[in-house]
Design a protein around this ligand. Structure first.
Ligand code: GLN
Length: 555
C-alpha cells in the first residue's frame, strides 16, 4: 500500500432477491468515483464452494470472465473492467472454496500449530486479508458480496466485512445495501416491507447499512424514502432510487442524478471534484439514439447458453454499434434448430456470429451457419469455438477433407483439423487447466485483422484446450484460407480469414473480454460495419420500396 494513503472501503450487499444488478451498481459507483478523480478498484466475494466458476456450466453461473492473468472469474468482473479502468486479476475475485483452500493449506503447513482452526477468526481473517490485498493502494475498493443477505453461505463474508469497520475505522467504511421495492399492481403502490426485512436481517448480524439503493421500476417518492429510512435506521438523505433504465450505461448517470456519489464522498470523508460524466452521456446518446439505423446480428449457439452466458459478447456487440453509430439487435439462433434443416433464421440477419463454447451439442448446426455465411457472403465472425467451426467447415466443404472435425467432438476423424494442444495432453484436472489469459499474436501484413487493429502485435485473452492443427496449415493456405495471426512463441494459429469475402474472420481468443464502451474492440467494430454494408446492399438490391425502411437509413 502507498504510504500515507488511506484506502476507503465500500461494501455492497444485496437483499430480497438475487439478480437485482448488484454488479452493475458496484461498477457504476466505481465509475462515478473514478470520474471524480479517485483511484478505484473492485473485489467480488462469491459464497459458493467451487474454487472458481471455471468448472460450472454457463446455465448455473452465466459467463466465465477471463482476466489478463488467466483467472476464470465471475461475470461481474467484466462489468467492473468495462465501466472502470482498474485491471482485474485473480486477486479481485474470491470464492468460499478458494478461501477455505488457502486456510486448509496453511493448516497443513502447520501455520496454525496448536490451534483449533475455525470460521471465526481464521476464515474471517483470511477474507479480510484478501480484501486488503485487493485494495492494493487504491483510494477506494468496492467490495461486492455475492448472494443475498439471509443465505447461510454468505455469513462468513458478511462477518468479515462487519469486522472491517473496527479494523480500519468507521470513517473509512461505507455499507451499501441494494434491495427491491416492488410495485404491487393490485394495491396500486410500491411496497417497502421486503426492504425492511432485508435490512433487519443485516442488522441482526451486526451490519447497519449506511446507504440503501432501492431498485424499483418507478420513482420512489420522498415520502416513501423517508418511511424506508425510518424503518431501516438509515439517514433519509441516504436512501436512493435505483431505477430501471433502458441501457446499463445509463446506471451511473441515473445514480449520479440521485446524488449517490456525493453521499459516498461525504460518508467516506473524501474531498473530490464533481464527476466528469460527458463521456458517459455520449455513450448513452449513442446507444439510445444511434443515427445510422440498426443491424441484426445472428448469434448461433446452444439456446440456453445464448441467453445466459455471453454477457461480454453481447456488450462487445453493443460497443461495435457505438463505434458505428448504429444499434445492434441480437438474434439468438438455436444451432440445433439449424440441424433440423431450417436455415431461414440465417437469412433474416445482417451478420452471423459463432461464439465460444464447449461440447458437441449444436456443433453441426454451427457448421451449417458458417457455411451459409461463407457461401452467401454474409459477414461472419467466429470466436474460439467459432474459429474451430469455420476451419472444420472449410476443410469439409472446400478442401474436400472428408469428416474433418475437432478431436473434441470426433476422436476417430480422419482429419483432426482442430486438435488438442500439446500442453494439454495428459492434463487430467479440469479446474484452471485450459490455455488461459493473455497471449501475444502477430498479425500478417495485408490482412483485415492487421488493418482493423492498426498494429502488428496484439495481446488477447484465451480460454480453450483445442487449436487449429498446424499439420493442415499448408493445405488451408494453398486452398485460400489466410492465417492472419500467429502466436510468436508457439506458432499457434490465432486468427483466420477469407480474403475474397466481405468479412469472414475467426479468432482463437476472446476479444469480447477487452471491449469497452469507450474503446470498442476493433474486430467487433469491423464486424458491425460490415454487417451495416451488407444490410444496405441488400436493401438496394430489393429496390426502391425497401430502401425506405429505416434499416437503409444513413447508408
Ligand atoms: N471447446 C473449445 C476448446 O476447448 C473452444 C473453447 C471456447 O470456445 N472457449 O478449445
Amino acid at each position: 500500500m502507498v504510504r500515507g494513503k488511506k484506502t476507503k472501503f465500500v461494501f455492497v450487499t444485496g437483499g430480497v432477491v438475487s439478480s437485482l444488478g448488484k454488479g452493475l451498481a458496484a461498477s457504476s459507483m466505481g465509475a462515478l468515483l473514478e470520474n471524480r478523480g479517485l483511484e478505484v478498484t473492485h473485489l467480488k466475494l462469491d459464497p459458493y464452494i467451487n474454487v472458481d466458476p471455471g468448472t460450472m456450466s454457463p446455465f448455473q453461473h452465466g459467463e466465465v470472465y477471463v482476466t489478463d492473468d488467466g483467472a476464470e472469474t465471475d461475470l461481474d468482473l467484466g462489468h467492473y473492467e468495462r465501466f472502470n479502468s482498474a485491471k482485474m486479476t485473480k486477486k479481485n475475485n474470491y470464492t468460499t472454496g478458494r478461501i477455505y483452500q488457502a486456510v486448509i493449506n496453511k493448516e497443513r503447513r502447520g501455520e496454525y500449530l496448536g490451534k483449533t482452526v475455525q470460521v471465526i477468526p481464521h476464515i474471517t481473517d483470511e477474507i479480510k486479508a484478501v480484501i486488503r490485498e485487493a485494495a492494493d493502494g487504491a483510494d477506494i475498493v468496492i467490495v461486492e458480496v455475492g448472494g443475498t443477505v439471509g443465505d447461510i453461505e454468505s455469513l462468513p463474508f458478511l462477518e468479515a466485512i462487519r469486522q472491517m469497520k473496527y479494523d480500519v475505522g468507521a470513517d473509512n467504511v461505507v455499507y451499501v445495501h441494494l434491495t427491491l421495492v416492488p410495485y404491487i399492481a393490485a394495491a396500486g403502490e410500491l411496497k417497502t416491507k421486503p426492504t425492511q426485512h432485508s435490512v433487519k436481517e443485516l442488522r441482526e448480524i451486526g451490519i447497519q447499512p449506511d446507504v440503501l439503493l432501492a431498485r424499483s421500476d418507478r420513482e420512489i417518492s420522498r415520502e416513501m424514502k423517508d418511511k424506508i429510512a425510518l424503518f431501516c435506521n438509515v439517514d433519509p438523505s441516504a436512501v436512493f432510487t435505483a431505477r430501471d433504465v433502458s441501457s446499463i450505461y445509463e446506471v451511473p448517470l441515473a445514480l449520479h442524478k440521485e446524488g449517490l456519489d456525493d453521499k459516498l464522498a461525504e460518508l467516506l470523508n473524501i474531498w473530490s471534484r464533481a464527476p466528469r460524466l460527458e463521456r458517459w452521456e455520449n455513450i448513452v446518446e449513442k446507444v439510445t439514439r444511434p443515427r445510422l439505423g440498426d443491424v441484426r446480428i445472428g448469434v448461433a449457439g446452444k439456446y440456453v447458453e445464448l441467453v445466459e452466458s455471453y454477457k461480454s459478447l453481447n456488450e462487445a456487440l453493443v460497443h461495435g454499434g457505438i463505434a458505428n453509430d448504429c444499434k445492434v439487435r441480437l438474434e439468438f439462433i438455436d444451432a440445433q434448430k439449424l440441424e433440423e434443416g431450417d436455415l431461414s433464421s440465417l437469412d433474416k440477419v445482417d451478420g452471423i456470429l459463432v461464439p465460444g463454447g464447449f461440447g458437441i451439442r449444436g456443433t453441426e448446426g454451427k457448421i451449417l451457419a458458417v457455411r451459409h455465411a461463407r457461401e452467401k457472403r454474409i459477414p461472419f465472425f467466429g470466436i474460439c469455438l467459432g474459429l474451430q467451426m469455420a476451419t472444420i467447415e472449410y476443410g469439409r466443404n472446400v478442401l474436400g477433407l472428408e469428416r474433418a472435425n475437432s478431436l473434441e467432438f470426433d476422436e476417430s476423424t480422419p482429419h483432426p483439423v482442430v486438435t488438442l494442444m500439446e500442453a494439454q495432453r495428459g492434463v487430467a484436472d479440469k479446474g484452471g487447466t485450459m490455455r488461459l489469459g493473455t497471449y501475444a499474436c502477430r498479425l500478417e501484413k495485408g490482412t483485415k485483422a492487421r488493418e482493423l487493429y492498426g498494429q502488428e502485435l496484439i495481446q488477447e485473452r484465451h480460454r480453450h484446450r483445442f487449436e487449429f492443427n498446424n499439420a493442415y496449415r499448408g493445405k488451408y493456405e494453398a486452398g485460400g484460407m489466410v492465417v492472419a495471426g500467429t502466436n510468436p512463441e508457439l506458432g499457434l494459429a490465432e486468427m483466420i480469414e477469407l480474403p475474397n469475402h466481405p468479412y469472414f474472420v475467426g479468432c482463437q481468443f476472446h476479444p469480447e473480454f477487452k471491449s469497452k464502451p469507450f474503446r470498442p474492440h476493433p474486430l467487433f467494430a469491423g464486424f458491425v460495419k460490415a454487417a451495416m454494408a451488407f444490410r444496405d446492399a441488400r436493401a438496394r438490391e430489393v429496390g426502391a420500396e425497401v430502401t425506405k425502411l429505416p434499416v437503409g437509413k444513413g447508408a
